[in-house]
Write a protein that binds this ligand. Structure first.
Ligand SMILES: [Mn+2]
Length: 323
């Protein structure tokens, strides 16, 4: 079994709301409360962040459809190199990130370490995160990491016959740069991406998932079937992939039942044990090469530290079952 290396990414420039930078500390508190010394056992690589920019008066986030992109590009380049280094050293990276824009860098790192191998992604999230600056409404980069990994541009608007956002050359080039991190684009094929629990849909999201033919397991399907059956089907679907990266955005959890402690909470989601059991199956497969947990925001939690405790419970189970 490969030794774990923790990578902590506290940048929250890609979020709509502040607070996610405290997520990793909240998860450490949850681990401590459960009497685990996990965070003392494993080396933590802490990546730099520039969250002070959010507090600076008169600081522009750059173009409104790609907020803070020049800094997020920098964060993702660092994440890419760090993840690649950890993988090349033969370790297993567990990434605890604040906002999910980090995943564009993490996926680039996996691809950089294994350029000749086919990468599969299991994306457990309420949102599909397939936007680009050409198609976003909010301009928040945490909705775009898979858009970058799949090298998407205007597709989400094209499929619904709508005009994409008009971008200046500089923003176009920065987006191109993000897509090409690690020197390879696209990094992942749509057929090698599996969504679990995605349930926030605007017309362009449904059109994109349908047209790109991305497999989606809904909350209802997960609940109706045995978790083992779903996990087996996902591995069958990804059997041609040599490496698998799993990303877990805690907003896949039901905000009414589990916790509100995340920037974009959504109702009608999965329960803690459902996600724990799913990830436990994935952890048992030796193709899993990197795990990321993202978007815990304890300041938004109306039940104490419930979201971080849920995230820790799920992470701890994954670690226990890892082979
Ligand atoms: Mn999400």
């Amino acid at each position: 079994m490969k030794a774990i290396k923790l990578i902590e990414i506290k940048s929250e420039l890609g979020c709509a709301q502040l607070g996610a930078s405290m997520g990793s500390d909240a998860i450490k508190m949850a681990a401590h409360k459960s009497n685990s010394d996990f965070f003392a056992q494993h080396e933590i690589i802490k990546l730099p962040e520039r969250n002070y920019l959010l507090a600076k008066k008169n600081q522009s986030p750059g173009h409104e459809k790609a907020k803070w992109l020049r800094y997020i590009l920098e964060n993702c380049q660092t994440a890419c190199n760090t993840v690649a280094d950890v993988l090349e050293d033969g370790h297993f990276p567990v990434v605890i990130s604040a906002d999910h824009s980090s995943a564009a860098g993490v996926i680039a790192g996996v691809k950089q370490a294994f350029p000749e191998q086919r990468i599969g992604i299991i994306w457990i999230d309420a949102h599909s995160d397939l936007h680009s600056p050409y198609t976003t409404h909010s301009g928040n980069m945490h909705g775009m990491p898979l858009g970058a990994a799949l090298a998407l541009d205007t597709e989400a608007r094209d499929f619904i016959q709508q005009t994409p956002n008009d971008l200046p050359e500089q923003t176009k080039k920065q987006w191109q740069h993000l897509k090409e991190l690690g020197g390879i684009a696209p990094k992942v094929l749509p057929k090698d991406l599996v969504f679990i629990g995605v349930r926030y849909f605007k017309p362009e999201h449904s059109a994109l998932i349908r047209n790109l033919n991305v497999k989606l397991y809904t909350v209802e399907e997960i609940r109706k079937n045995k978790i083992e059956k779903i996990a087996t089907a996902i591995y069958k679907k990804l059997e041609h992939c040599e490496k698998i990266y799993l990303s877990f955005d805690v907003d896949v959890l039901d905000c009414d039942v589990v916790s509100t402690g995340t920037g974009t909470p959504e109702p009608n989601g999965l329960f803690v044990e459902e996600v724990a059991e799913l990830i436990q199956y994935f952890a048992q497969n030796s193709k899993l090469c990197c795990l990321e947990i993202s978007e815990v925001s304890p300041v938004l939690d109306r039940q104490g530290n419930a979201m971080a405790e849920a995230a820790w419970h799920i992470l701890n189970k994954a670690i226990m079952y890892r082979t």
